[in-house]
Design a binder for this molecule. Structure first.
Ligand SMILES: Nc1nc2c(c(=O)[nH]1)N[C@H]1C(S)=C(S)[C@@H](COP(=O)(O)OP(=O)(O)OC[C@H]3O[C@@H](n4cnc5c(=O)[nH]c(N)nc54)[C@H](O)[C@@H]3O)O[C@H]1N2
Ligand SMILES: Nc1nc2c(c(=O)[nH]1)N[C@H]1C(S)=C(S)[C@@H](COP(=O)(O)OP(=O)(O)OC[C@H]3O[C@@H](n4cnc5c(=O)[nH]c(N)nc54)[C@H](O)[C@@H]3O)O[C@H]1N2
Ligand code: SF4
Ligand SMILES: [Mo]
Length: 700
């Protein structure tokens, strides 16, 4: 049979690179970048080829399985779905709606079918015990957008292709390929920015791959960025350079709130000297097009909400919001904002610790205690969809134990891993190359407006289900157990609409009046042009104005002032995380192609910190926090700020029953065995995965 070349986009990270897949005899023989993609222009990273590995992985489940005393047993789809629906139904009947909890993991946002049908299924359970990766990730971005712009997903992106000054905090796009900012080929874009005479400044406790290609890099003490950002705002105002648009209110209150955050005061806690802070403020305000961008390192930390608010305020008061080359709001072909709620916070609280919900979800840090603490509303059953929270959320060990105590657990997931090994039933969806793709989320965060529909590259096996079909069938099975009502009829009809039909409706009613048919005629994607100014009309606030003086953030500032005293002076080391280009969160260690090469699981530590503890490079050390401890090799690194150590998350495979043949051989420990569920950003309950106080000692 002749080879055919088919197109799709890689859905493994937020860059959504266009790829060309060569197929011979139903098998993938080549994967490369698609030059015709108007966003990625042929860029790919080493993970693209892993799409083939996922397809061919012998460990990947292709039928539902049930856990029995003698191991995992295959199960027919209909039987599996009926069994799951009836067990979940029984548990809700016995213990109430909240007894069933849901965790939605990261790949949900990368799968079309999960996005179109996952939320519809989850709603049917009517449980308040909903959790997701949001609270170990981008929650502060969404909170800032909800507060300032009236919609949790109206997140401005740095207009990297036109800016002349990019200030980046806590982001390492050269490894992560960019996040909350879809900009495939980030490295090339940075190079072009600098070739235009622009400047890139990186603030990070580690001299990262991104810092290495920037004009300037400054170490910052983990968890103190809020002080740095408030000092920039202070200085911009003090220099008389604050000139927000006429639709912006609250500058006075902000001026008052940042009065104490002089560059000198911020220097004490951040480790960045006052002169540098003053200079960066002046350069940022003077640049004709500047953008400040902060990502994971300034989200998943104790002051993530203040940081993300301050990033916006800095862009706003310097006139860079909504201006080409500043921070702009994408306008995708399917207007994701229209289909998603505007967001809310604190409408209810978690049962045990009283942590606030955000957008209908409780913080993942509360999951284990909600399972383990008896009483009304206790979690007795769990549905996990595309998530491995045992490796991804704070104190994974405790969650690991907690999952073992559930009455029932079901996972929609292709693998038996650290989390799903606790499931009674696993329902595996088709892999990416067997699914249609349109990116509903990441066009909303992209640095250029483009659109791309691709049909599935490979035909799926007869007895398989797409993720949306699993949600549809499970949803219908749940609905069959409820009395006839209008809601039941609407929900059933909604679940039966295919993702393709829903995208088509979204495209037709969107701003460019496209359709799936039109996009199919340009399988390499269509270009809808650079980002355009859209404010204030596009704001979702009631009065179409932006109020900088958000009370919930201002109320949090005293906590910052008080904690920084401790953060700045503690003699513990502060643990931060990191990512590597060839890893993907907790789940792609099973690709032999990706995990080969130099080990990259070690704890990175500055040589001074090693020496004063009489430790040596390569030695096995124990990392201990208030939550737990792990052992791992330490690697000496001059790229680490003294006093800070870095451990990547997503490692720590090889637990009993985990069926990940390659991953189980990868060394390393789970960073989340030491991260602490009690260490959160109090404002919204985001986990502080960075800036965890730890002690590092020799393993005796
Ligand atoms: N210490 C520390 N912890 C962190 C982070 C950190 O920086 N430091 N980062 C956090 C961040 S940003 C995130 S997003 C989370 C991610 O953590 P999780 O939400 O747990 O997501 P993943 O680790 O990506 O796990 C993906 C799971 O989905 C399954 N899967 C893959 N593709 C599909 C699919 O198409 N359908 C279905 N149904 N399942 C699929 C995989 O088998 C795996 O079980 O981790 C967080 N945890
Ligand atoms: N190859 C690869 N790509 C990925 C992923 C992956 O696992 N592997 N995961 C994807 C996901 S789910 C996400 S959310 C994105 C994340 O995308 P990024 O946020 O760009 O990736 P990280 O590597 O987590 O970068 C966080 C940076 O913050 C720094 N940092 C830690 N603490 C602090 C602090 O207190 N202050 C400051 N200023 N910096 C700090 C760390 O040193 C690190 O360099 O990446 C996505 N892309
Ligand atoms: S950067 Fe790599 S993983 Fe991300 S979409 Fe592109 S090819 Fe896929
Ligand atoms: Mo993430």
């Amino acid at each position: 049979m002749a080879a055919t070349v088919r197109r799709t986009s890689c859905n493994l990270c937020e860059a959504i690179c266009g790829v060309l897949v060569t197929v011979e005899d139903g098998r993938v023989t080549d994967i490369r970048g698609d030059e015709s993609d108007p966003l990625s222009h042929g860029h790919i990273c080493p993970k693209a080829v892993a799409l083939k590995d996922l397809q061919e992985d012998p460990d990947r489940l292709t039928t539902p399985v049930r856990r029995t005393a003698d191991g995992w047993e295959p199960l027919g789809w209909d039987e599996a779905i009926e069994y799951v629906a009836s067990r979940l139904g029984e548990i809700q009947q016995q213990h109430g709606k909240n007894a069933v909890a849901v965790y939605l993991g990261n790949p949900n946002v990368h799968s079309l079918g999960a996005l179109t049908h996952g939320p519809a299924l989850v709603r049917l359970f009517r449980t308040r015990n909903r959790f997701s990766a949001t609270s170990v990730d981008q929650l502060p971005h969404m909170l800032a957008s909800h507060l300032l712009y009236g919609h949790q997903l109206m997140v401005p992106v740095a207009d990297i292709d036109r800016t002349s000054y990019l200030l980046m905090l806590g982001a390492n796009p050269l490894a992560s390929n960019g996040s909350m900012m879809t900009a495939p080929g980030f490295g090339r874009r940075l190079k072009e920015l600098r070739n235009r005479g622009g400047k890139v400044v990186v603030i990070d406790p580690r001299r990262t791959e991104t810092a290495a290609v920037a004009d300037e890099h400054h170490f910052v003490r983990p968890g103190t960025d809020a002080a740095f950002l408030l000092a920039l705002i202070h200085q911009v105002i003090a220099d008389g350079r604050a000139a927000p648009a006429q639709y912006v209110d609250g500058l006075e209150a902000v001026t008052e709130a940042v009065a104490e955050w002089t560059p000198e005061r911020a220097a004490e806690v951040t480790g960045i000297d006052a002169e540098t802070i003053r200079r960066i403020a002046a350069e940022f305000a003077a640049a004709d097009r500047a953008a400040c961008y902060g990502r994971n390192g300034v989200s998943t930390q104790q002051f993530g909400a203040i940081c993300q608010w301050a990033v916006q305020v800095l862009n706003i008061i310097t006139g860079n919001l909504d201006r080409p080359g500043g921070a702009m709001i994408p306008r995708p072909a399917v207007e994701t904002l229209r289909f998603l709620g505007r967001g809310h916070i604190g409408v209810w609280q978690s049962r045990v610790r009283g942590l606030p919900e955000f957008g209908g979800e409780l913080p993942a840090s509360a999951m284990a205690e909600e399972i383990l603490t008896p009483g009304d509303g206790q979690i007795h059953a769990m549905l996990t969809i595309a998530g491995n929270p045992v490796l991804s959320t704070p104190n994974g060990r405790k969650l690991d134990e907690a999952l073992g105590t559930l009455d029932f657990m079901v996972s929609v997931d292709p693998y038996i891993n650290e989390t799903t090994r606790h499931a009674d039933v696993i329902l595996p969806p088709t892999p990416p190359l067997e699914r249609d793709h349109y990116d509903v989320i990441f066009h909303q965060l992209a640095v250029r407006n483009t659109a791309r529909w691709n049909d599935a590259v490979l035909r799926r096996p007869a007895d398989s289900r797409h993720d949306w079909e699993i949600f549809r069938d499970l949803g219908l099975a749940v609905l069959r157990r409820t009395p006839l009502s209008r809601r039941k009829l609407t929900m059933s009809a909604r679940l039966r609409l295919s993702p393709k039909r829903l995208v088509d409706l979204g495209l037709r009613s969107g701003p460019y009046r496209l359709s799936v048919g039109k996009l199919r005629r340009s399988p390499g994607g269509v270009d809808l042009g650079p980002l355009q100014p859209a404010l204030p009309q596009a704001l979702h606030t009631k009065d179409k104005r932006i109020d900088l003086a958000q009370q919930m953030i201002l109320d949090d500032l005293p906590r910052l002032r008080e904690s920084l005293v401790v953060l700045g002076n503690g003699d513990d080391l502060l643990l931060i995380g990191r990512r590597h280009l060839r890893n993907n969160n907790s789940w792609m260690h099973n690709s032999a192609r990706l995990v080969k090469g130099k080990p990259r699981h070690q704890l990175l530590m500055n040589p001074e910190d090693l020496a004063c503890r009489q430790l040596v490079d390569g030695q096995l050390v124990e990392i201990t926090s208030a939550a737990g401890s792990v052992s791992v090799e330490v690697a000496s690194s001059n790229d680490m700020m003294p006093g800070v150590v870095s451990l990547p998350h997503g490692f720590g495979h090889g637990r009993p029953g985990v069926r990940l043949t390659v991953a189980n051989k990868v060394a390393g420990a789970s960073a989340n065995d030491v991260t602490d569920p009690d260490l959160i950003d109090a404002a919204a309950g985001t986990a502080a995965l960075n800036g965890v106080p730890v002690k590092v000692t020799a393993v005796s």
